[in-house]
Design a protein around this ligand. Sequence first.
Ligand code: HEM
Length: 417
Amino acid sequence: MTTTQYSDVSEIDLNDISLWTTDPHPALHYLREHDPVHWYEADPANPFANHSFWMLTRHSDIVHVSRHPELFSSAQGISEATLDMPTGEFDTFAMLAADDPYHGWMRKLVSAAFTAKLIRDSEPYIRESTIAVLDEVAGRRDTFNFVHEVSAKVPIRVIGDILGVPRSDQHLLTEWTDAVSDLDDLTIDFERGTAHSAKAKAAVADMFAYLERMQQLRADSPTEDLVSKLMGAEIEGERLSWQQQRESFFILATAGNETTRNTTTAGVRALAEHPDQRRELIEDPRLIKDAVEEMLRWGTVVSHFRRTATQDTVVGGKRIAKGDWVVMYYSAANRDPSVFPDPDRFDIHRKPTEHLAFGGGGPHFCLGAPLARLQLRVMFEELLKRFPDYRLDGEAVFNQSNFFHGIKYLPVRLHPE
Ligand code: HEM
């Protein structure tokens, strides 16, 4: 674990996007070792730091916060940054940013699309979609961006079908969620203390205009998809508001898409860099299931979520006051050496059952985890069968985001020279 470039925790700013476009782990390790429950002082001129908060980097503290929703609320926001976006779009991820009873109602409603049986039954369809995507690139002899051509395509098809977005329009979902997860046109207004991405703002507006058209089409003739279900759903006799439906659509489009894609890409990169482990998976594909868990841990693509303390309490020996923001860095928890020995080492034999890539447990634990695991297993089974000798042909480029810690560009060649 390298932490040598730091000599004091005050040198570390986890809000700084540039930290996440390289390797954030030296900073995360340093914080965990020197001040695992660290008070980050606000800088009013910096829109990514205009509120003070606690930075949590230890596995046990993050599990504690996640599993005590009565002490740590989600309803007052789940992100630590402030973006100048249309009100509510970014810090109100529907059920993610809600407490019970509303959270429980919304979760029950959306869970109908994710029952264990439905997920199990979807394996042939996911395999068929994966093979179709791999077929499209099979003949390529050049170097291409694996993220756009492969990783992004299966998750968007699966979530697009669940939502009811026709296949011919599903590329739009990719464009909109890309714009939100890679803020490469971000402009920061230090006088007003705001940050603005014109591209992301336009994408969100387009996404909701599209949803409105889907709803108009379904108003008279409902279909079986999730958009129809959201329109017809009632909570205590009341229909969901337009805003609640938009938030549910937005969270599913992004949560089910960017995350699975980024984990696929992280896994493809890790296996290219660890050819001996790749060889083992090719020789015994039954190992892929556990290897996927290591990819989830090692890649940790959702870097953090926030909670707000509902009363005075204590975390890791520090006194937390009612109203304080508490940010859980899953990326740090998943490299905590007290849980994962030699944590920076990628090891498909690790069986990291306690990783927090899907959250620290508790009521918000990722609803799509079984679906994501299935997609990832099928992807690596098919990829390694078809292209066992793929290799990287250049450096990975990370998203401009301190939230979706993902790769947007991974140059790959599928066939040996
Ligand atoms: C590798 C893929 C994925 C990762 C790493 C991931 C990660 C996460 C994380 C960290 C949370 C928050 C947990 C918490 O606050 O305790 C979450 C929540 C959620 N995820 Fe995922 N996710 C993935 C795939 C998916 C998929 C495929 C879907 C759906 C299609 C999905 C839907 C959701 C939903 C709806 C929530 C909110 C649950 C709630 O608030 O009750 N996720 N996910």
